[in-house]
Design a protein around this ligand. Structure first.
Ligand code: KG4
Ligand code: ZN
Length: 340
């Protein structure tokens, strides 16, 4: 294995992140600036605000990560950067920066798929045996992968409509709880002991595909039926905290059941998995983690891995990790690589 030091840059959505990774010493440093505060008032990410903020912050975040790693630009051999998928304006800030350093300082460039980053994010801190089943659930994506080696993964199922994190955010918006929805819904559900009050419909599809829009609509119409929500004014009519907690808890139970059901089904379809990884922003959710642990991992006696919360949500460490194994295989990218 060649000894490389990599600077990784991630700007696909509303986080600007940088990491420095070395073959022998592994992750040296990673830094991130989250724009959640800028987007809160809009209840979701506003692409134009995201890319403008990246432009202001990117230099400082890269400098912080470089300083923390103890490396200078001369020590860096390779620049890894998220090339897809993401918000185009946001991606282009990171990519332009990466290309500028690569071009002017004569460094090699590795373009990294953001989803591949998430898929291997649990490998940053753990040695996970192959093949493993990877459940990715974030604000923009929900997919099940069969991972057979570094860089080798097959999509078994994905969402047909909303991503799981998006459903958390939209239900929280419906309940006037704020953004991002996941942590707020989890906290409120805990206050009513994670009980299931309303038994929202579970996804009954006979395959490994996901759907969260029906659940979201069920929550909405249930609130309308309770005279708690006005479709005309598109707004919640009540500040009944207890009702909000019950809806949050029932919604969370439903999402957990969906994950448990699909992961179980995937294990039944192919029995050679040596581990399960649960990754992406939604994997920060302790209730869902525990449900998968108890109802799937313990039952099937298969180890379950999740990244630390800082590597669940968007980060550059996962881009550095993937960039590193791609560099070892000499999978370098030309300066005009594809972006989407
Ligand atoms: O991975 P990430 O930064 O987004 C994308 O790459 O798309 O994850 C952000 C998403 C948001 O939708 C947020 O609501 C959700 O992850 N999230 C959670 C929790 N923490 C963050 N969802 C459920 N429970 C949580 N504790
Ligand atoms: Zn992501």
């Amino acid at each position: 294995m060649k000894n490389y030091t990599i600077l990784a840059i991630e700007t696909s959505c509303d986080e600007v992140a940088a990491a420095v990774y070395n073959t022998e010493k592994k992750l040296l440093a990673h830094r991130l600036y989250s724009q959640t505060e800028h987007h809160k008032q809009f209840g979701g990410v506003v692409p134009e605000i995201a890319s403008r903020s990246h432009m202001v912050k990117i230099n400082g975040i890269i400098e912080e990560a470089m300083t923390a790693s103890g490396c200078t630009l001369e020590d860096i051999d390779i620049i890894a950067v998220t090339s897809k998928p993401g918000l185009l304006g946001s991606l282009l800030i990171g990519i332009s920066f990466a290309k500028a350093i690569a071009g002017s300082c004569n460094k090699k460039l590795v373009a990294v798929d953001h989803l591949e980053g998430h898929a291997f994010s649990a490998c940053i801190e753990n040695d996970i045996p192959f093949p493993f089943l990877c459940m990715t659930a974030s604000g923009g994506h929900t997919s099940l992968y069969r991972v057979t080696d570094y860089g080798k993964f097959e999509t078994l199922g994905t969402t047909m409509d909303d991503a799981a994190g998006e459903a958390f955010d939209k239900v929280a918006k419906m309940l006037k709880l704020g953004y991002p929805g996941g942590p707020i819904i989890e906290k409120l559900a805990g206050e009513v002991n994670f009980e299931d009050f309303f038994d929202y419909p579970r996804n009954k599809m006979n395959n490994l595909m996901f759907s969260f829009s029906g659940l979201k609509t069920a929550v909405l119409y249930d609130l309308v039926k309770k005279d708690a929500y006005s479709m005309e004014e598109k707004s919640l009519l009540t500040e009944d905290m207890n009702l909000k907690k019950q809806v949050a808890s029932s919604f969370l139970n439903c999402v957990a059941d969906i994950f448990v059901g699909k992961i179980t089904r995937a294990l039944q379809e192919q029995s050679d998995y040596k581990a399960i990884a649960f990754v992406g922003g939604v994997a920060c959710n302790t209730f869902i983690r525990n449900q998968i642990q108890q109802r799937v991992a313990n039952k099937y006696r298969i180890p379950l891995f999740f990244p630390s919360p800082e590597f669940c949500t968007d980060n550059a460490a996962m881009i550095a990790f993937v960039g590193h194994y791609k560099a070892q295989r000499e999978e370098f990218s030309p300066l005009d690589f594809e972006v989407y």
